[in-house]
Design a protein around this ligand. Structure first.
Ligand SMILES: Nc1ncnc2c1ncn2[C@@H]1O[C@H](COP(=O)(O)OP(=O)(O)O)[C@@H](O)[C@H]1O
Ligand SMILES: [Mg+2]
Length: 232
């Protein structure tokens, strides 16, 4: 094994020959997916609706298990991890298409929930919340309930929530898919900017070619496998 040097990129997410089906094998979705993401890179996962993008993201983040194949996050295989919760709370952040925020709670409360679960010091969590809401232009909305926020503000809140515990990997599932074109572009810019300044590896499912082409790498899902530009 060679010792990693600054010039040798580190693979932070790796999937090998992943198979996944639903309904006891009746719906075969992933048929041997190989995927890698290099530290600090932004990767767009493209493909038509129903091709398995969400399925793959859930597997990569440990939210679901493959039928067969191996997935490693930061060099450690998910199924060999004794503490999967550590992965979910500290190493990986998720942004979903429909924000998944709690509508009756405020922006601040929604963002602080993952920090409580992770046992982060209250003041540290508050400072992080202020930093992120400032950078996403939401400082004036901290005590507003989610149901009072616009679609763009909700997705920006979801972005803040996903980054509260400083994960180095962010999995985003059509994070701007529910927004109009202009709002979508603004939220996407923010996503790229945050990923760059925090050194985050971003894997984003999207069917928006324009957004996908702004990423470092574009991979295409087809017939349950990955092919296409820049796939390793
Ligand atoms: N929990 C589930 N049970 C049964 N079928 C599912 C489930 N989740 C997804 N599917 C099916 O798997 C396929 C891939 O879904 P998905 O990963 O959501 O695709 P995409 O995100 O690319 O639109 C679809 O045919 C979908 O209907
Ligand atoms: Mg999906």
């Amino acid at each position: 094994m060679s010792t990693p040097t600054p010039s040798s990129p580190r693979i932070v997410l790796q999937a090998r020959n992943i198979h996944k089906s639903y309904d006891d094998g009746a719906i075969k979705v992933l048929r041997g997916v190989d995927f890698e993401a290099i530290e600090g890179n932004t990767v767009a996962l493209c493909g038509p609706s129903g091709c398995g993008k969400s399925t793959l993201l859930h597997l990569l983040g440990g939210l679901d298990q493959p039928d067969s194949g191996d997935i490693a996050v930061n060099g450690v295989e998910i199924n060999r991890r004794s503490n999967l919760l550590h992965l979910l709370r500290h190493e990986i952040g998720f942004v979903f298409q429909l924000h998944n925020l709690i509508p009756d709670l405020t922006l601040a409360e929604n963002c602080l929930i993952p920090t409580v679960a992770a046992g982060i010091d209250r003041q540290v969590a508050r400072d992080r919340l202020h930093q992120l809401t400032q950078r996403t232009g939401l400082s004036h909305r901290l005590n507003h309930r989610i149901q009072k926020l616009s679609g763009g503000e909700r997705q920006r809140t979801a972005l803040c929530r996903a980054l509260m515990n400083k994960p180095k990997i962010l999995l985003a599932d059509e994070p701007t898919g529910s927004l109009d074109e202009k709002t979508s572009a603004a939220v996407f810019e923010l996503l790229l900017e945050l990923a760059a300044t925090e050194g985050i590896t971003l894997v984003m499912a999207t069917h928006d070619r324009g957004l996908a082409q702004r990423c470092d790498r574009l991979v295409e899902m087809h017939d349950g496998r990955i092919r296409g530009i820049g796939a390793f």
